[in-house]
Design a protein around this ligand. Sequence first.
Ligand code: SF4
Ligand code: FES
Length: 305
Amino acid sequence: MAQALKSAAKYPPKTVRVKIKRYSPETGREWWQVYEVETYRGMTVLDALLQVKEKRDHTIVMRYSCRMGVCGSCGMVINGTPRLACQTQVSMVASEENPEITVEPLKNFPVVRDLLTDFTSFFEKHRKVKPYLIRRDTQEQENPKTEYRMTPEELLEIYPYSLCISCGLCVSACPVSASDEGFLGPQALAQLWRYTADVRDEAWRERLEIADDENGALKCHFAASCSAVCPKAVDPGGAIQMLRSALLKYKLGLWKKRKISEPVPPLEPTGEKVPLPPEAQTLPGVDLEAMEREPVVIDASKLLD
Ligand code: SF4
Ligand code: FES
């Protein structure tokens, strides 16, 4: 992120050579194609690719959607590293001295065409780890009237892993996934730990069995390249280590889940007035308490004048 912010302040070289790896499923041919692209400050690699597609060669195939690092669909290998094309500024990967950007499809995924990869097996592995809460008593899930309470500390234990956007960059960087198609992979295993550690989930024994599978957590070599490339700082390598440690301790009879949260009625509003924080009182010229007493109404017709 710090690198992205620094890069946003930089100008990219005026023109970059975008070298794209192409693939035609009809002929089975692979080849590199180079396009010159005029850049602007803030241009992302996805912007550069779209400019090529719109103005130079509409046959290039790629996947993207949100253009803001949220949907996880624009993963590709840029200058040798798996990255989100929409989150990678041209100025991060090209310079006046080396104004060339190479773009390839994600590794460890079958290529459909050009930069488009097939995520079927990736999502099958995600499904295998049952990425949802499992309860013995399903009353709350089927007829939600209460809530599962968790403390902020319990939430923090799983929060980083819940930020995964299923972009597949970690799988593309994983040396075990490269050599073993059956390996569940860093994304699915990180989600397996996320649900194993969640105090609202009751299926931790079943989840540890999935981790213990021959394609599960014990296959990880802990290269940690998954964590190095994750655009959301999920740290799948760390999650796999947590899972592995829980599994080994469980087998030795030293680990079991400390707590399963029970459904409880939602907290009733107490009516108690929460005081404004001290810094809020010091805003010059703004009386927040008066605003609370009489909410400000903005006349929309005046805004249009
Ligand atoms: S763990 Fe990170 S790199 Fe892997 S799929 Fe999730 S967001 Fe992408
Ligand atoms: S287009 Fe959605 S993450 Fe890049």
